[in-house]
Ligand binder design. Structure first.
Ligand SMILES: [Zn+2]
Length: 93
């Protein structure tokens, strides 16, 4: 979807607009049409890409730790996807 970032020439407000058919962009603060379009790198941001970035970051984090912690991370991931997680086994001496 075409999302553009604008800066208002009147009040300096910065905002992002999703441009649908022939929508005239207006400042979200003062309704001015004196807008400057900014070339931002955020146009591709979406919930999906954020989540995949988060997963990649968690994987990198897990692999940077020792094997035992990595197993814990894997167990957490399994737990996230199972509806009824089993409690950890109790050990009695
Ligand atoms: Zn404005």
């Amino acid at each position: 979807m075409p999302i553009y970032e604008y800066e208002c020439g009147q009040c300096g407000e910065r905002f992002e607009l999703l441009l649908l058919n022939n929508t005239v962009p207006r400042c979200s603060s003062c309704q001015s049409q004196d807008l400057k379009q900014l070339l931002s790198g955020f146009a591709v941001s979406s919930e999906a890409s954020r989540q995949s970035n988060l997963k990649a970051a968690r994987r990198a984090y897990a692999s940077s730790r020792n094997v035992r912690d990595q197993k814990v991370a894997e167990a957490e991931e399994i737990r996230e996807h199972s509806p009824a997680p089993l409690p950890p086994p109790k050990k009695k001496s």
